[in-house]
Design a binder for this molecule. Structure first.
Ligand SMILES: [Zn+2]
Length: 283
């Protein structure tokens, strides 16, 4: 049996631009902002810091423009702000104190760590109960709802609403949403999917989508092992029928999310892109 489902994930790229004077001490409107960049004066030098209050890493791409100022330390173009951190980004100083000086920075940001590399040795458990079987309803593809980079290597498993979802790989829960009760194939459903995101030890993100309303069984910050229940499946978001959409995402230096090939441990051996319609039993 082949059940055709369609789904897609939407992520964001946010851009921020700031023109600041050297006497500004703080570029953050509030220190509990999800992400902000701020400056501090230190011995006539200006220290630039990044405050990331999110539970997941963020990558920032900086564009720094200096007039009569120079970089004294660090200040890379691509910078990763670790989860829940207040991190030194760089330091700048005035070249000639008798001349006018100014600085300007702008940045774009995206969820995830662009310096992370997916471990090719990682072996993933099928994301449902040991001994149970589910059909692959959509696999790796260059067509349909899996054609874009973020979904290219995603796998859909058909299952009834309320099926327990297990972590395919261990890690830390960094993001989740469970309040949506809306699902369908209108573009209005793109951002209506419930989900859990687990950060793996290599910095990649495992995304479990279309979960049941109020069906998440973990909290942000929880450390989970492979095979541990994390949620109940559903049909929320952009979806034509009940299923789980699973993908492992990296954040690329091209400022986008890209899914990666996953090696699945199955009763049929190790499979990477199981064909659609294939019944897979979890070991
Ligand atoms: Zn899918």
């Amino acid at each position: 049996m082949s059940v055709k489902t369609i789904c897609a994930l939407i992520f964001w790229v946010s851009a921020f631009s700031c023109v600041a004077q050297a006497q500004d001490l703080d570029g953050c409107v509030a220190l509990d902002e999800p992400l902000c960049v701020y400056t501090q004066n230190r011995d006539e030098k200006l220290q630039v810091r990044v405050l990331n209050n999110r539970a997941f890493d963020m990558t920032l791409w900086f564009d720094l423009k200096l007039v009569n100022m120079s970089v004294l330390a660090s200040a890379p173009t691509v910078f990763v702000a670790k989860a829940n951190s207040d991190t030194f980004y760089g330091e700048i100083g005035i070249v000639d104190k008798y001349q006018d000086s100014s600085y300007q920075y702008s940045y774009e940001s995206l969820r995830g760590n662009a310096l992370a590399l997916h471990s090719e040795d990682a072996l993933y458990q099928l994301p449902y109960k040991t001994g149970t079987t589910h059909y692959v309803s959509q696999s790796c593809s260059t067509l349909g709802s899996h054609k874009d980079k973020a979904n290219r290597y995603a796998i859909d498993f058909a299952m009834r609403i309320g099926t327990p979802i297990m972590a395919a790989r261990g890690g830390r829960v960094v993001d989740l949403y469970e309040l949506s009760n809306s699902g369908g194939t209108s573009t209005l459903h793109y951002d209506k999917g419930n989900f859990v995101t687990i950060e793996h030890e290599d910095g990649t993100l495992g995304d479990y989508h279309h979960l049941k309303t109020m069906g998440v069984k973990v909290q942000i910050g929880d450390v989970v092992k492979a095979g541990q229940i994390i949620a109940l499946s559903g049909n929320t978001g952009y979806s034509s029928g009940p299923h789980l959409h699973f993908s492992v995402l990296t954040t690329t230096k091209a400022k986008e999310h890209s899914s990666v090939l996953v090696n699945w441990k199955t009763a049929r051996g190790v499979l990477s892109c199981p064909r659609e319609g294939l019944a897979l039993k979890s070991l």
